[in-house]
Design a binder for this molecule. Structure first.
Ligand SMILES: [Zn+2]
Length: 71
């Protein structure tokens, strides 16, 4: 799954504050995410995060999941 810095991740599981959208501050082996509702930042392993992603928004537009359809 292609996640870039600046993307907004919509997760399947809510943050404890009730929000489910997160800004991606850092991508790599781990993601650094910031909850858009409460502003809390945390690191999460990529593998764990990817299982939990419902969709990725880039510039407010959903990014296609299928890599063949990217670009
Ligand atoms: Zn939160």
């Amino acid at each position: 799954m292609d996640v870039q810095v600046g993307d907004v991740l919509v997760m399947k599981k809510n943050h404890p504050c009730g929000g489910n959208t997160f800004d991606c501050l850092r991508s790599g082996m781990d993601f650094r995410l910031r909850c858009t509702q409460c502003g809390r930042e945390f690191m999460i392993p990529r593998a764990k995060a990817e299982k939990n992603i419902r969709k990725i928004l880039r510039g407010g537009i959903a990014v296609p999941r299928d890599p063949r359809k990217a670009d």
